[in-house]
Design a protein around this ligand. Sequence first.
Ligand SMILES: [Zn+2]
Length: 102
Amino acid sequence: MPSDPLGPDGTVRLRSYQPLADRMYFSGSCPACERGVTVGIEAAVDLMGSVEATIGQLGRRLVCRGCGGRIGAMQVMADSRTPETREREGRLPETVGVRVRE
Ligand SMILES: [Zn+2]
């Protein structure tokens, strides 16, 4: 039986974003140093180890590579590149500026 699209924390599970992986990605910023951070949708699944993880859980696991601060909240952003550029460069962005807290 498929699970609810919302996880226990009330935010959307990564599984729901997977069909959008070619044109959307997750974006956020470090509250401490204001560094911008990005995580591709498939990269987020890899980081969390499950498509059932939520975007809320993702944000809480992410740590700024610049200062070690907690990121906290991620939002969904549209990949604004043209289809031709996407084709040439592949999915963007890779995981930038963050690591996952153990
Ligand atoms: Zn930071």
